[in-house]
Design a binder for this molecule. Structure first.
Ligand code: NDP
Length: 419
């Protein structure tokens, strides 16, 4: 049985930890370490005695390489699961390399400090050469490929739902449904209602940074960038009904464009209600989404961090959120010389998630795949040295685990396509 160190104890990590405890044949022992140890202690106290998995806790600042190395050295885990924030990805990868331990996360690297000159220089070059301006990209973590290969270690990037399961769906479509995939539309629909005029379903800072940025998609071998929220479509989602959705940039487009050979177009759409968009625009217009510090009454504050303190904690939305999510991928392509279309998706019910793990479906649909990604590495089903995204492995064992762990998927042939 394996021992894992889980870093972070927020909305997503709490679900992943509970799901690890439901798979105690693999997860024999868990150490939960985060910035605020009391949150880890609270969860451990709830779970200890209800599971065969042994749980203990620790305090760590995951921005501090030395502190991480000391903790990993003490815990000696088989795997580090990074479910803190994307800001910590590189430091935790460095610490895993220093200690000779496998690594995984749920979101690709982006810097907390957008004024960092090293990051800014690479960012400016990429914006100019590749033409997409998202704050995150895979280049920082792909740079670790050689180091993980040489160390004989695995790093699995982005094992949440999107990124994560959406790429596993692509690998499945490639393996079983198509000879050639021509287009992929990733559709992320949240039909849930939490009753607040405005709240985000996961970390507000990361969420609002992503959603307020220009959208982009991959077409004919290059990026096409568009102003934020300027491509809107309407789609009738199974289990949810008709919703407006908007084209966003999303990290898995970057890796899928590399790994799904011959794909001509990849787009990502997310549903938003009008109230969310109006609030976000207003907050943006008054400067509340800014990441640059401002002086207020003699001290520096970062507007988006202050906003985070005012908004409901995503972890508290669980009991109030009703409705369903529907996330999946629509494919067009060729099979046996004929044109073919297919839609692979999961429908997840917020209230059912809450009953099972005291969390809403956004944390659930991310936390379950985080556990499954870890399980793939720990059981040797996904065993390769280097740095990989989810579509680079055999999708079958992961797809089986989705069905067993609360995220069953279905395939619709001839679905409605997105214009
Ligand atoms: P939360 O803000 O709820 O939780 C983050 C956790 O990380 C908190 O426990 C926080 O501690 C801890 N943390 C933050 N900074 C540090 C640090 N320096 N050292 C140690 N611990 C730290 O975020 P979520 O649970 O909503 O999101 C977790 C991750 O999942 C994010 O990377 C997010 O981008 C990703 N995600 C991925 C999705 C996908 O589908 N792939 C979808 C949704 C989220 P503290 O309590 O002290 O704040």
């Amino acid at each position: 049985m394996a021992k894992v160190l889980i870093i972070g104890c927020g909305g997503v990590a709490s679900v992943a930890i509970r799901k690890c405890c439901m798979n105690s044949d693999v997860f024999g022992e868990i150490v939960v370490a985060s910035r605020t140890k009391s949150k880890c202690d609270e969860l451990a106290a709830k779970l200890n005695g209800t599971t065969e998995t042994k749980i203990s806790t620790a305090q760590v600042d995951a921005d501090d390489f030395d502190a991480l190395v000391a903790l990993i050295g003490k815990v000696k885990p088989d795997l580090v699961m990074n479910i803190a924030l994307p800001y910590q990805d590189l430091t935790i990868m460095d610490a895993c390399l220093a200690c000779g331990v496998d690594y995984m996360d749920t979101a690709n690297y982006e810097p907390e400090n957008l004024d960092d000159p090293v990051w800014k220089a690479r960012y400016d070059k990429r914006c100019k050469e590749l033409g997409f301006t998202a704050l995150f990209d895979y280049s920082w973590q792909w740079d670790y490929k050689g180091k993980f290969e040489n160390a004989g270690l695995t790093a699995l990037l982005g094992s949440g739902f999107d990124p994560g399961v959406t790429q596993v769906f692509c690998a499945y479509a490639q393996k079983h449904l198509f000879d050639a995939i021509e287009t992929i539309d990733i559709l992320d629909c949240n039909g849930g209602d939490h009753g607040y005029p405005f709240a985000t379903n996961f970390n507000p800072e990361i969420n609002l940074r992503e959603v307020s940025a220009p959208g982009s998609y991959w077409e004919d071998g290059k990026w096409v960038e568009i102003p934020p929220m300027s491509i809107k479509r309407r789609y009738d989602f199974d289990g949810v009904g008709e919703k407006d959705m908007y084209l966003l940039h999303h990290e898995e487009i970057e890796s899928l464009a590399k790994n799904i050979k011959g794909v001509k177009r990849i787009r990502f759409f997310m549903t938003f209600g009008q109230s969310y968009l109006t609030h976000m625009k207003c907050l943006e217009n008054v400067g509340m989404l800014s990441t640059s510090p401002v002086m207020y009454e003699g001290r520096e504050i970062v507007p988006i961090q202050f906003l985070k303190a005012l908004l409901p904690d995503p972890a508290s939305l669980g009991p109030r959120t009703k409705g369903k999510t529907n996330i999946g991928c629509i494919f067009t392509g060729i099979k046996d010389g004929k044109k073919k279309t297919a839609y692979i998706y999961n429908v997840c019910d917020h209230q059912e998630c809450y009953k099972e793990v005291e969390s809403q479906a956004i944390s659930y649909t991310t936390g379950v795949p985080a556990m499954i990604g870890a399980k793939m590495i720990l059981t040797g089903k996904w065993a390769k040295d280097g740095v990989f995204t989810c579509e680079e492995f055999d999708p079958d064992p992961y797809m089986d685990e989705l069905n067993k762990n609360g995220l069953p998927w279905q395939i619709e042939e001839n679905p409605d396509l997105v214009e």
